[in-house]
Write a protein that binds this ligand. Structure first.
Ligand SMILES: [Zn+2]
Ligand SMILES: [Zn+2]
Length: 300
């Protein structure tokens, strides 16, 4: 006698174990064992920063902030204009020689991974498949990012060193690097991206490895900031004279996917990253395996 439900669950478990671990993350066994538990929202120690913890079943978009209702979206006046005027859905401030971002990490786009009972739910596109039972869950991400970034001398720091995130997007979301958890490739993992190119890992951290499609689709929009303090743009680069090009690794970009030019946000030539094709993955990915500068810290 067949037990299709049990078989379906068993297959689901295998699928969940094989596809949900994305790097970078804290890859402890403990977290792996928690994989099958429903992703529980974190209650931030000081939620006066991040606002009301989002519940997927009631999540709606606040049309004033363009963030999920209840989340705090504010950038302090002492932040530079390129951050102050472009970042939202997190709380940004300056602390000493660092920028600090606190984020619940809930996307302001509809996603399959809000769950079918959520007002923010949308079905996957054709050809996409679910990343196991993972659902988006509120986080307490605190980024501390150097405000005067500089090229690192000596050995570069890897982007695959267990960070909870390697950067934050302009809409407050985690940026992951160009790696998937073995034995998967990122191309395999990309099959579980939602219609906005994001997906959650096993503790509900929604993230982008590739172009966040509600920010940039092959253009020069500002995407966010990496942990080392350098800005990230889409695949194109628009300089301060409003001339747009598509830089590539080898001729324009270094191995970290960056170069030093002016942009619409930096009138003097400043290092920044681009999304570009990476030989380690068959999809356009953000950065290579190393930071150009010295990364700050991330906690969650
Ligand atoms: Zn991932
Ligand atoms: Zn550029």
């Amino acid at each position: 006698m067949e037990y299709p439900i049990i078989r379906t669950i068993a297959l689901g478990l295998v699928f969940a174990f094989s596809l949900t671990q994305c790097k970078p993350k804290s890859n402890s066994d403990e977290e792996t064992l928690l994989l099958l538990a429903a992703a529980a929202s974190k209650i931030c120690v000081n939620n006066s920063y991040t606002g009301t913890t989002v519940s997927n079943s009631t999540a709606t978009l606040d049309t004033n902030t363009d963030c999920i209702t209840g989340m705090t979206s504010s950038m302090s006046a002492d932040l530079p204009a390129w951050i102050r005027n472009n970042f939202k859905c997190s709380v940004g401030s300056v602390s000493g020689s660092n920028y600090v971002f606190r984020s619940q990490n809930i996307p302001n786009n509809k996603s399959f991974y809000f769950g079918s009972s959520s007002p923010m739910y949308v079905a996957l596109a054709g050809g996409q498949k679910s990343a196991g039972n993972n659902q988006i869950a509120s986080q307490c991400m605190v980024y501390s990012i150097p405000s005067s970034p500089a090229a690192k001398s000596g050995a570069l720091v890897g982007t695959q060193s267990g960070y909870a995130s390697v950067g934050i997007t302009v809409n407050g979301l985690a940026i992951f690097n160009n790696a998937a958890a073995a034995p998967d490739t990122l191309a395999t993992e990309a099959q579980t991206f939602d219609t906005f190119n994001g997906h959650p890992q096993n503790s509900g951290v929604y993230h982008h490895h590739s172009q966040p499609l509600n920010i940039s689709n092959n253009n020069s929009n500002l995407i966010g900031i990496l942990l080392d303090g350098f800005a990230v743009y889409g695949r194109d680069c628009t300089n301060a004279s409003n001339v747009t090009s598509t830089p590539t690794i080898g001729s324009d970009l270094d191995a970290n996917h960056g170069h030093t030019t002016t942009t619409l946000h930096f009138a003097t030539a400043t290092y920044h990253y681009h999304y570009t094709s990476d030989p380690t993955a068959t999809i356009p990915t953000l950065i290579g395996s190393y930071f150009y500068g010295t990364p700050g810290t991330i906690s969650n």
